[in-house]
Write a protein that binds this ligand. Structure first.
Ligand SMILES: [Mn+2]
Length: 319
C-alpha cells in the first residue's frame, strides 16, 4: 500500500456483507496511511443495500464506491488493486479492472477453485478463516499505524463475520471471536449490525411460505419451494433453507426457487449429510454444509423430484 499511488478494492459480483465489509476494511487501512482508496462495485445488491444507505447518510463515504467504468479511468501502473472475498477471475465485480491492474493482492477464505487470479503479487488465502472480514480485521490489527475505525466501518466488518458464520455458528474459530472483540472495542454494535439483516415484509412472507410448505423426505430432510415473486427471491430461498435447519431433527434442507428459466436450489446441513455431494449430482457444488445448484428447463416440481433422486443416490453410496 505504501508504494501505491492509489488503491482500488473490489469484491465479488452480487456483493454480500462479507465482500463489502472487507472492502470497507481495506479502505480504512488505506486511509490510515493517507492513501486514496475506492471500492469498485457496479450494482448495489439487496444484501448490502442497507449498509450502502447508512454510508450515504453518514456523509463520510461520498464517492468512495465507484462503478467499473469510473474505476477504469482511475487505474494506472502504480495503482494497487486489492481483491477480496473471491480468488476467481470469473467472480470479480469488474473483470476489465482486474485485467487493467498491474499490481494485485488477493484476500480470500473460500476453498481453492479453478480460474484463480494468477497474476497476483500476494495472495492471502485462508480457508480456515470464517470470512474475509475476519482476515481483514486481523490485518488491521497488524498495521504499524493504528487504524481508527469509523462506527460504520467497524459495523461493516462485524456484519461480514456475522453473515458468513450465520451468527457465529459455523466456521467460528478463536480468531473469529477475537476479531469480533476487537471490532466491538472499536465501535461496532451488534444491534446495529442485526438491523442490517432485517428483511422487508414481502421477502419475509415468501420465506415463511417456503418454511410452511416444506415436505419431509426420509424423515430428516426438508424440501420446499420458495415463491419467486419477490425481489431477489434466490436470497430469500437461501434464508428459508437456513431457517429450516432450526427444526428439531432436520439434518438437511433443500429449497427450490424458479427465476425465469432457471430453478435455483439452496441446500444446507450441519455436516451429517454432505449437501455438496448431493448438489454435485445436479451439476452444482459448494461446501459440506452449504451448497447449491441450478437447473434449466424444468419446473419446480421436476426440480424437487431431481433433488429427491440425488439424495437417494447419495444415501445409497453412503450406506
Ligand atoms: Mn465471504
Amino acid at each position: 500500500m505504501g508504494d501505491a499511488s492509489d488503491i482500488l478494492v473490489m469484491g465479488h459480483k452480487n456483493a454480500d456483507l462479507d465482500s463489502l465489509g472487507a472492502c470497507i476494511g481495506i479502505c480504512a487501512m488505506a486511509k490510515s496511511i493517507g492513501k486514496k482508496c475506492n471500492i469498485v462495485m457496479d450494482k448495489v445488491s439487496v444484501g448490502v443495500k442497507r449498509l450502502c444507505d447508512k454510508m450515504d447518510e453518514s456523509g463520510k463515504f461520498g464517492g468512495v464506491i465507484v462503478d467499473g467504468v469510473d474505476a477504469m479511468r482511475m487505474v494506472n501502473d502504480k495503482t494497487l488493486l486489492v481483491i477480496v472475498d473471491t480468488h476467481r477471475e470469473s467472480m470479480v465485480d469488474s473483470r476489465q479492472v482486474l485485467m487493467a491492474a498491474k499490481k494485485i493482492v488477493v484476500f480470500d477464505h473460500h476453498r481453492k477453485s479453478t480460474d484463480f487470479i494468477e497474476q497476483a503479487v500476494l495472495i492471502y488465502h485462508e480457508p480456515y478463516a470464517s470470512s474475509t472480514s475476519e482476515l481483514i480485521t486481523e490485518m488491521i490489527q497488524h498495521m504499524d499505524k493504528k487504524v481508527k475505525l469509523h462506527q460504520i466501518e467497524a459495523d461493516a466488518l462485524l456484519a461480514g463475520i456475522t453473515v458468513d458464520t450465520k451468527n457465529f455458528c459455523v466456521k467460528t474459530g478463536a480468531m473469529t471471536f477475537e476479531s469480533a472483540a476487537f471490532l466491538r472495542r472499536n465501535g461496532a454494535d451488534s444491534i446495529r449490525v442485526r438491523l442490517l439483516f432485517q428483511n422487508d415484509m414481502d421477502a419475509y412472507k415468501a420465506k415463511a411460505t417456503a418454511v410452511r410448505d416444506a415436505e419431509l423426505f426420509r424423515d430428516h430432510i426438508a424440501i420446499s419451494v420458495c415463491p419467486s415473486d419477490v425481489e431477489n427471491s434466490t436470497l430469500t430461498a437461501a434464508q428459508a433453507a437456513d431457517d429450516l435447519m432450526n427444526v428439531t431433527g432436520i439434518q438437511a434442507s433443500f429449497v427450490c426457487c424458479k427465476v425465469d428459466d432457471t430453478v435455483y436450489i439452496s441446500a444446507r446441513s450441519f455436516g451429517e449429510i454432505n449437501v455438496q455431494r448431493v448438489m454435485e449430482k445436479l451439476g452444482g457444488g459448494g461446501h459440506l454444509t452449504v451448497s447449491g445448484a441450478q437447473l434449466t428447463d424444468c419446473t419446480v416440481e421436476e426440480a424437487k423430484e431431481k433433488v429427491r433422486a440425488a439424495i437417494e443416490e447419495y444415501l445409497e453410496e453412503e450406506a
